[in-house]
Design a protein around this ligand. Structure first.
Ligand code: SF4
Length: 827
């Protein structure tokens, strides 16, 4: 199709009716000055099809829109504020609809419950199926184009199948490139069907959950006997839209709302008629609108909600219960574990106790990340800055509530309530200011322990604040009660009152969350550490006070005791250790016993041919903040990039080092496009830009050390600026080192601090070679990696695949090597 925009009339004349559609291959802002064109971005965001061909895409969109309830024309007329072309297009499709149900009844009508399997499938043999699928000349080779038999994948699948068949659990290191996702999906799937057992797969991120369901599960379901397998994705409550909130927002809209708001909510309404999940990750909308469409566990009405039967979150939970396999993420899994520990086991759906179904098998992928997920799930956080915001918005809600009940309530009561709210609000503000003084000494990014004398004082302020917040809460509850009385008396649906009640309930949700964290912080056991940190976000800095568990033993040993088989998988669980199987560090941080079985499998890559590994031995010794190291490092990076060009990534461990190097490069490298990560930048936006630009160089910190997939030309040069040691003076890290060092601090370094760094290093290194055809160079600037006097360096080098040959050279010689590789077109 033509890449030009066309006006409505001429398009119709040429194409007939339908479709009329303006399309431009690389349009970023397609509709400027083209009022008669259809807004492709709007449609692609809210009307989902997986067809790339434009003609098919348009035909499918038309087909989907024709299924919308005809009553949604009313919404269109009331809310649409975009181009005329899009309006006409939507109208043309919707008016052909034969569905006359009301739009209110049609919200999320396609989000359906799956039926539970009643019986197992007879005659399936999971071990035999795994052999037939992954073995040489097996089914996958027939089924997938370009599929190559991989011995490591076959072995991974067999280890998992055997563990599921008769084992209690397994720690499994499967090297990069083994195809481990399919290797665990297949045995779980056949086991679930043959024994009617349920499995949970936990991944590190929501994006990985989506990748699994959209890619790997599709392959899985095409394998013999698996077409009827039920697989569900379950995310946290905040990812699903709340039907009640959307309904109330749509009712309230009028011309007072901005055009952006109107068109966003119209888009969400259209999507709500079509989506099969109600998962907000399917669409892209601004956070300010998303916040208005989700509810938290405190404000949700659960079974008492009118929309409970059409609630995407509760349907997703029910589906998880009825499915053979549920794909979740570590955060949800461990939040669930934390709630179970706090509330005790309960199968009562009305409680918040059970989010996941009872299950028999747990597969935790990217298991090296679990320690952080457990820590997050078990921590209590107090953020004076956000409490101040809630305090302010609570006061404004109270004022509105007071105004709206003035006809029915006694004037004296109203006056007194107003004065009371004002007084409580300002006392809370004073207390928050006192809290902030605790953190004045901190520099941005720094974390410090709240030592006992300070902690006591902090607790006093905290308890006082908690009492004040509780008083504010009672006042809101009382005013909402009055408002409900008025609504009952009026016996009519007054949208203004409904909107206000909604605001009041949302406010209560925020207050409850604050109180939950206050209580957790105050009552945290001795196994917790209290600390505070100064977080930087954009130009603002704010303090967070946290209570976190020093070790995860209490959670890990209690977690899901009824689950018969637990398998933890990652490419980096093993750390070389004399006289042990190398999995002791992982067992330690996961809190599992020493007898827990383990297996280490290799990679399908030939690192001796695919990777060159250089260490610069004439760099100055690394020391924190050393200007000599940073200056030399920045110049060396510049010299290397001048040779290698784009397709490079430089990984740092601090923003300070990153910014110093970025300054030098910015001044001296005009031909390359530097993508410099700033705090709270989304890695996906940086990656998207990088993939579309062959002159791009990424400068990133911790988020880029793992989970980043840049195959082929997108990453040929990886520069690791320093070994990824965390700051040992970090209070949480320090407590953990001391916990594991029962004899002395050095023991703690060996048992915890060094293996942690080595795991991070292996993750960072793993970014470079992603497929069998990749080639690339890694250059390490920190010569401690080859210093024979450092215990950790031997441990680190021994933890790398033996085929990786380390070349220790002066900087000049590394540059010469890079030039040569470039000339030979190897790089
Ligand atoms: S049950 Fe809760 S989340 Fe679901 S629609 Fe009702 S209020 Fe919203």
């Amino acid at each position: 199709m033509s890449a030009d925009y066309e006006d409505f009339d001429s398009f119709l004349e040429r194409k007939g009716n339908p479709p009329f559609f303006a399309y431009e291959e690389n349009a970023t802002s397609p509709l400027e000055n083209h009022d008669l064109c259809v807004d492709k971005q709007f449609l692609q965001n809210y009307v989902k099809t997986d067809d790339c061909d434009i003609e098919n895409y348009v035909a499918k969109v038309v087909d989907l829109l024709k299924k919308l309830p005809s009553t949604s024309l009313k919404l269109l007329d009331r809310l649409y504020s975009g181009s005329k072309g899009t309006y006409e297009f939507l109208k043309m499709c919707i008016k052909d609809s034969k569905d006359n149900s009301s739009w209110q009844d049609s919200l999320f009508r396609n989000v359906k419950q799956v039926k539970a399997r009643k019986n197992s499938v007879k005659g399936l043999d999971p071990l035999k199926s795994v052999r037939m699928i992954f073995g040489e000349g097996g089914i996958l080779q027939d089924y997938l184009n370009n599929y190559e038999y991989r011995q490591e994948q076959f072995m991974t699948a067999m280890e998992i199948a055997e563990t599921i068949d008769h084992g209690k659990g397994l720690l499994l290191e499967a090297g990069t490139g083994t195809g481990k996702t399919l290797a665990y999906l297949v045995p779980i799937a056949y086991n679930s069907l043959s024994k009617n057992e349920k499995a949970i797969i936990s991944t590190r991120t929501r994006t990985l959950q989506d990748q699994l369901i959209n890619n790997d599960v599709k392959i899985l379901k095409n394998l013999p006997d698996l077409e009827k397998l039920n697989v569900t994705v379950l995310k946290g409550r905040e990812r699903y839209i709340c039907t009640k909130k959307l309904f109330e927002e749509l009712q309230l809209f009028n011309s007072m709302h901005s055009s952006e708001e109107l068109i966003t909510f119209l888009g969400v309404a259209i999507w709500s008629f079509l989506t099969k999940t109600g998962d907000l990750d399917e669409i892209s909308i601004k956070a300010q609108y998303k916040d208005r469409l989700v509810t938290d566990r405190f404000a949700c009405l659960k079974k008492f909600c009118t929309f409970y039967d059409r609630c995407p979150y509760y349907i997703a939970r029910a589906n998880a219960k009825n499915s053979d396999i549920t794909i979740t993420n570590h955060s949800l899994l461990f939040n669930e574990a934390a709630i179970r520990l706090a509330d005790g086991e309960t199968d009562d759906e009305d409680s918040d106790g059970i989010l996941l179904p009872k299950f028999d098998i747990l597969i935790a992928d990217e298991a090296h990340e679990i320690e952080n997920s457990i820590t997050d799930a078990m921590s209590f956080n107090i953020n004076p800055y956000s409490i101040a915001k809630t305090n302010k918005s609570t006061f404004s809600v109270i004022r509105e509530l007071l105004k709206s009940v003035k006809e029915k309530a006694d004037n004296e009561f109203l006056q007194a309530a107003y004065e009371r709210a004002k007084k409580i609000g300002s006392a809370i503000e004073d207390n928050l200011k006192t809290m902030v003084i605790f953190g004045e000494e901190l520099s941005p990014g720094e974390r410090k322990s709240l030592k006992s004398d300070k902690l006591e004082h902090f607790f006093d302020v905290l308890k006082e604040t908690e009492n004040l917040v509780r008083k504010l809460k009672s006042l809101i509850v009382q005013l909402i009660g009055l408002l409900e009385d008025i609504q009952e008396d009026e016996d009519s649906d007054n949208p203004a009152l409904t909107g206000l009640k909604l605001r009041g309930q949302t406010q209560l949700g925020e207050i409850n969350e604050i109180l939950y964290n206050f209580l957790g912080f105050e009552t945290a056991e001795d196994s917790y550490i209290h600390y505070f940190q100064k977080v930087t976000k954009g130009d603002s800095r704010y303090l967070v006070f946290s209570a976190s568990p020093v070790v995860n033993e209490s959670l890990a040993s209690n977690i899901f005791p009824e689950v018969r088989t637990k398998i933890f998988i990652s490419a980096t669980l093993w750390v070389h250790s004399k006289g042990s199987d190398g999995f002791n560090y992982t067992r330690r941080v996961l809190g599992i016993d020493e007898q827990f079985p383990s297996v280490k499998l290799g990679t399908s890559f030939d690192y001796s041919k695919q990777l060159r590994f250089f260490v610069a031995n004439d760099m100055p010794a690394y020391a924190p903040g050393s200007s000599q190291y940073l200056g030399n490092g920045a110049d060396f990076v510049k010299d290397m990039l001048e040779v290698t060009g784009g397709g490079a990534m430089i990984l740092f461990t601090s923003y300070r080092d990153l910014n110093i190097v970025a300054n030098t490069l910015n001044k001296k490298l005009n031909d390359l496009n530097l993508r410099i990560q700033e705090q709270y930048d989304s890695p996906s936006a940086i990656l998207e830009g990088h993939m579309a630009d062959d002159k791009s160089v990424i400068l990133g910190v911790r988020t880029f050390w793992e989970g980043i997939d840049l195959p082929g030309e997108h990453l040929k040069t990886l520069i690791l600026f320093k070994l990824p040691f965390d700051r040992p003076d970090d209070p949480l890290l320090d407590s953990r080192i001391r916990h594991y060092g029962t004899k002395n601090y050095v023991e703690g370094l060996h048992k915890y601090y060094y293996p942690k760094m080595i795991t991070s290093f292996r993750q960072g290194l793993g970014r470079l070679i992603r497929t069998k055809n990749d080639r690339g160079c890694v250059i390490i600037l920190d010569k401690r990696i080859v210093d024979p006097k450092k215990n950790y360096s031997r441990k680190l080098v021994n933890s790398l695949p033996p085929e990786m040959k380390i070349e220790i050279l002066e900087r000049k010689k590394i540059i010469t090597q890079l030039r040569k590789l470039k000339k030979e077109k190897w790089l």
